[in-house]
Design a protein around this ligand. Structure first.
Ligand SMILES: Nc1nc2c(c(=O)[nH]1)N[C@H]1C(S)=C(S)[C@@H](COP(=O)(O)OP(=O)(O)OC[C@H]3O[C@@H](n4cnc5c(=O)[nH]c(N)nc54)[C@H](O)[C@@H]3O)O[C@H]1N2
Ligand SMILES: Nc1nc2c(c(=O)[nH]1)N[C@H]1C(S)=C(S)[C@@H](COP(=O)(O)OP(=O)(O)OC[C@H]3O[C@@H](n4cnc5c(=O)[nH]c(N)nc54)[C@H](O)[C@@H]3O)O[C@H]1N2
Ligand code: SF4
Ligand SMILES: [Mo]
Length: 678
């Protein structure tokens, strides 16, 4: 009876550092079961609760299966089915007219990380470069973190996650690894078994608290000051590894003399809200640990001072010589992009003359205010900006513009798709080819389609090929299939790929990129040293800068949830049920002050918007902070908007990244009416 069952390998395509190996059981062209691949070197056969039933996403009754043309008002979600030929023709006609009247820069592509596959994620850029469209600065996620790390460490390789297992003091800093990086817990558990201590530095007691021996709650956006206070203490207590610093660190003397004296534990206590004695203790334990390891998440980087915060924390392991110790160091993000000739996919050489760049965090502003030319068309693929981009009201106002021609290539009728003029059905990762790397480990893995496309869904590249043909692009590049492109990527003479078992890669098995011996001690910076002082920066030395903030009483943490991934997985009723509802967590004291009751509907508000939540009163959240976990599609919220109606389009200090958590709100009961301003 089971003769038709087959098991095929695949990769989790989502924007998650784990990039898990999958085994997909298929029958009669459908995925019937999804399991973890026990042969995957890092993820070893386990999956998160979202992907355990990926087949429910792939074969969801909500999947889009046909191109759809808008028939009702913008945003009303009324469409009629049309053919692919009609859809492509429709786009061609609109774009040719727009290009004639305003130039191709009036067209804006918007994409991010619905799929992390190297080809399907990035190859649209080749099309838009050739078209001459505006370019999207894809900086919503981790560019401030990347900037801060590389200011100190240049392009040094990140430590292998296995290092964590050999540490005796693991500091999880600004990351909810139980939700967002669960496979690192293998290493954390191994280290704990051997006696390691785990600290969690957070703004509230997230679910990761259960793995921590000690939780340090810091005032949002103040982690840079905490790191400086710890380093001030390390100096005063003679816990600096002088030998390591002399040999491998640039600028420590100046740092010690000109910057650190400004950050006594007392001063830092005022900034961070952590007791001076606790800061001294943290520094002492860190300085005395055999091999301290910091796992740095993005939480602390999503502030106006985010890049400087990351830069400052990145100095800590240098000062105690952690890099020289097995199990010591700091993991911010694994960067293996240089293993592949990505330029052969993104084809910047197709850009004829310089085109303008639009920051994806400022979409609302761009859609409403950009001139010369205004944005007249937006092509959205594998992203859901109507709910994931900051300042939702500004974005939705832009999407409502009658004169904006919006095309959305999607798997589901997301909020963005609802505002489209034309919706194109997209394949899921099980239906197309790609190759994956990870930002949490060193594996690469090739994935082949394991089932045929659902309905008339098409992969990103296949749609771009149709569009290229319609727009008359004659370059042979646009004739290639995804498999041909992947083959070229694997054959391109990149040193990193030379050392791997290509036959295994071709078979779809996860293969680790090899690390050079003693790589942790190779500092790929201009000076060849760890650069605490960086002469190429306006601030040559790390210091504490304040974040943006807002004029409102509560810091608003809008953090990842366990059962969603950004706005993905809202299509799964059973996962929505686990999330129970869209909660706002608040400390009991604050709730008393505000006269709010557990379980009642409340409104969080600031100058940008108002969002309805169910109030959850809990001491897991400190005074002055409120927390909302996970992003909901608007239909799944108790009100009219999701969390990003409260966040702002402001950017980080460096890296032009998002500042989601650098947001403050006030909260009122829904029972009471807002004071009218007239
Ligand atoms: N289940 C699930 N997994 C995901 C995602 C998801 O939405 N859900 N998102 C994916 C994506 S796109 C990314 S980029 C990664 C992100 O993963 P990481 O980069 O590891 O970061 P997060 O786990 O999002 O952790 C952010 C944490 O930082 C805390 N935080 C906020 N502000 C501060 C601060 O000022 N100081 C300190 N110390 N902590 C602060 C928040 O409370 C939150 O718990 O996760 C990916 N994985
Ligand atoms: N308030 C708040 N907002 C946030 C964050 C936060 O912590 N708080 N996190 C931010 C972060 S770190 C990130 S990275 C962004 C992520 O933002 P996005 O990258 O936009 O992520 P998703 O919300 O997962 O939306 C991806 C969409 O792509 C679609 N998709 C999946 N595969 C394919 C495909 O192959 N082709 C096409 N065409 N579509 C596909 C999915 O159906 C899904 O709707 O969100 C950011 N937004
Ligand atoms: S979302 Fe992350 S943890 Fe879950 S299966 Fe995908 S890669 Fe693994
Ligand atoms: Mo992200």
């Amino acid at each position: 009876m089971n003769s038709k069952l087959e098991v095929k390998r695949s990769v989790c395509p989502y924007d998650c550092p784990d990039a898990c190996g999958l085994l997909i059981e298929t029958a009669e062209g459908k995925a019937v079961r999804v399991m973890g691949d026990p042969d995957h070197p890092h993820t070893k056969g386990t999956l998160c609760s979202k992907m355990n039933h990926y087949e429910k996403t792939v074969h969801s009754p909500e999947r889009l299966t046909k191109p759809l043309l808008r028939t009702g008002a913008k945003g009303a979600g009324e469409f009629k089915e049309i053919s692919w030929d009609e859809a492509i023709n429709h786009i061609k006609e609109h774009w040719e007219k727009i290009i004639e009247e305003h130039g191709a820069q009036a067209i804006l592509p918007y994409s991010y990380a619905g799929t992390m596959g190297l080809v399907q994620r990035n190859i649209g850029e080749a099309f838009f470069h050739r078209l001459g469209a505006s370019r999207l600065q894809r900086t919503i996620c981790s560019t401030a973190k990347g900037y801060g790390w590389s200011t100190v460490m240049g392009s040094s390789l990140a430590p292998h996650p296995q290092e964590v297992a050999a540490s005796d003091l693991i500091i999880i800093w600004g990351s909810n690894i139980l939700a967002t990086n669960i496979h690192l817990l293998y290493q954390v558990r191994e280290a704990k078994k051997a006696g390691a201590v785990v600290w969690l530095i957070e703004t509230y007691q997230s679910s990761a608290t259960q793995f921590a021996d000690k939780v340090i709650l810091v005032r949002p956006g103040s982690d840079g000051a905490l790191a400086l206070g710890m380093m001030n203490t390390l100096v005063r207590k003679n816990l600096v590894d002088e030998e390591f610093v002399d040999k491998y660190v640039q600028g420590f003397e100046a740092f010690k003399k000109d910057s650190l004296p400004n950050y006594s534990p007392e001063i830092v206590s005022n900034i961070t809200g952590i007791d001076a004695a606790a800061i001294e203790e943290m520094a002492t334990l860190y300085g005395k640990a055999r091999a301290p390891f910091i796992v740095m998440g993005s939480g602390l980087s999503r502030y106006g001072n985010g890049a400087m915060t990351v830069r400052t924390i990145t100095c800590l392991p240098a000062i105690v010589g952690a890099w020289a110790k097995v199990g010591g160091g700091l993991l911010s993000s694994v960067s293996t992009g240089s293993a592949f000739a990505m330029e052969s996919i993104t084809r910047e050489d197709f850009i004829n003359e310089p085109t303008r760049v639009v920051n994806m965090n400022q979409l609302g502003h761009a859609l409403q205010n950009m001139k010369n030319p205004p944005i007249k068309s937006m092509y959205v693929y594998h992203s859901n900006p109507a709910v994931i981009a900051p300042d939702q009201n500004a974005v939705l106002k832009g999407l409502l513009r009658e004169d904006l021609f919006t095309v959305v290539h999607e798997r589901f009728m997301t909020d963005t798709a609802r505002y489209a003029d034309l919706v194109l059905p997209a394949t899921s990762s099980l239906e197309h080819s790609d190759i994956y790397r990870s930002y949490g480990h060193y594996c690469v893995q090739r994935a082949y389609p394991v089932i045929p496309p659902v309905g008339e869904a098409r992969a990103n590249w296949d749609v771009f090929r149709l569009l290229a043909n319609a727009m008359g692009f004659e370059e042979p590049f646009f004739q290639q299939t995804t498999d041909e492109i992947i083959q070229q990527l694997l054959e391109s003479p990149r040193p990193w790929l030379a050392g791997i078992d290509m036959a295994k890669v071709q078979e779809g098995i996860a293969v680790e990129l090899p690390l050079p011996p003693n790589y942790k001690m190779i500092f790929e910076t201009p000076s060849g040293k760890i650069e605490i002082s960086n002469p190429r920066e306006m601030d040559v030395l790390p210091k504490y800068n304040t974040s943006h903030g807002d004029d409102a009483p509560f810091w608003f943490m809008n953090t990842p949830g366990l059962y969603s991934l950004n706005s993905s997985f809202n299509e799964r009723p059973e996962l929505l049920e686990k999330r129970k509802g869209m909660y706002l967590m608040m400390n009991p004291n604050d709730a008393v002050d505000k006269g709010l009751k557990d379980g009642e509907e409340v409104i969080a508000f600031n100058e940008r918007g108002e969002v309805a939540f169910i109030l959850k009163i809990t001491s897991e959240v400190p005074d002055g902070v409120v927390v909302a976990e996970g992003i909901f599609w608007i239909n799944n919220t108790p009100g009219q908007c999701s969390v990003n109606a409260l966040t702002s389009q402001r950017l980080t200090d460096k890296g032009a990244a998002s500042t989601f958590y650098d947001t403050k709100v006030d909260v009122r009961s829904k029972r009471r009416r807002k004071k009218c301003s007239i």
